[in-house]
Design a protein around this ligand. Structure first.
Ligand SMILES: O=C(O)CCC(=O)C(=O)O
Length: 276
């Protein structure tokens, strides 16, 4: 490990349930990511997938676009994730959260692990990569410090049109918003958050798009408890258990075989989502 977190950073993550800002991607790497993202849009159009493109970005993006796996396996990122989860790392999900300039899209207060079927585990970390400036004006995330020490609480579905979450789910208890911290990030910076932290984000009132990419890392010890099977992409180390179907990395954007596999995985996962 060349770029681990310091003991103070690890302690801060454990105490607060989040850690930011982490300087991970430099300007050259960010330029290359922006180029790859623009190319993905061109490829989606060229392969007849223009309509589904935003959905391919929004969930399981690692299954259909090689550049997303490249970002997820950046050594500086994995070193820091490994400081919290240990040497064996699987990528469970990759989700772009895009709020266009002057968009009313929000994310309601929620705990991530509520609908994933992975239980109350501490062995899951989200690394959220800022691909644009992320400020209160552009709709940054907000975290309630220490809220990850609570269990998973009941959530209700709102299915609100302007909510970026699949069911518009929101936590069914009063959240003390005055305690929340703004997760302000510059392009290339990263925040980490725990799967039980209370978090939300507001609309984008700025003149630029707010773009984030959330990677859901787990250890191989995590078990899917609701769906009949689950899938992970090995990022580092080994998986000695038998809990996970291992996904291969895609070799090109929107390969029909990868799109079909993504559909199958999404169907399995919707079982966990519905029964949660
Ligand atoms: O990007 C956002 O505003 C919310 C992201 C989020 O809820 C998450 O990554 O868990």
């Amino acid at each position: 490990m060349n770029q681990p977190l310091t003991p103070d950073q690890i302690q801060s993550y454990r105490d607060n349930g989040y850690l930011f800002p982490l300087n991970v991607f430099d300007a050259t790497e960010m330029a290359s990511i922006q180029k790859d993202l623009a190319q993905a849009k061109i490829d989606a159009e060229a392969t007849g997938n223009a309509e589904q493109y935003s959905e391919f970005l929004r969930s399981r993006a690692h299954m259909t676009m090689p550049f997303v796996c490249q970002i997820a396996s950046h050594p500086g990122l994995l070193d820091r994730v490994a400081s919290i989860l240990g040497p064996n790392l699987l990528l469970w999900g990759a989700d772009f959260f895009i709020k266009f300039a002057h968009s009313d899209k929000i994310v309601s207060w929620h705990q991530d692990l509520t609908y994933w079927g992975l239980g109350e585990t501490d062995e899951q970390v989200t690394a959220w990569i800022a691909l644009s400036d992320v400020t209160p004006e552009s709709g940054c995330m907000r975290f309630v410090p220490g809220s990850h020490k609570q269990q998973l609480l009941p959530h209700r579905d709102t299915f609100a049109d302007n909510n970026l979450l699949s069911r518009g789910q929101e936590i069914a208890v009063e959240v003390n918003e005055a305690e929340a911290v703004n997760v302000i990030l510059k392009p290339g910076q990263v925040s980490f958050h725990h799967g039980r932290i209370f978090h939300a984000s507001g609309p984008n009132q700025s003149d630029h798009d707010r773009v984030g990419l959330a990677f859901r890392y787990i250890t191989p010890e995590v078990k899917q408890q609701i769906a009949s099977r689950d899938y992970g992409m090995m990022m580092r180390g080994v998986d000695r258990g038998r809990n996970w179907n291992h996904l291969a990395r895609p070799s090109r954007n929107f390969d029909p075989g990868d799109l079909q596999l993504r559909e199958a995985v999404m169907a399995d996962m919707s079982a966990a989502l519905e029964k949660s």
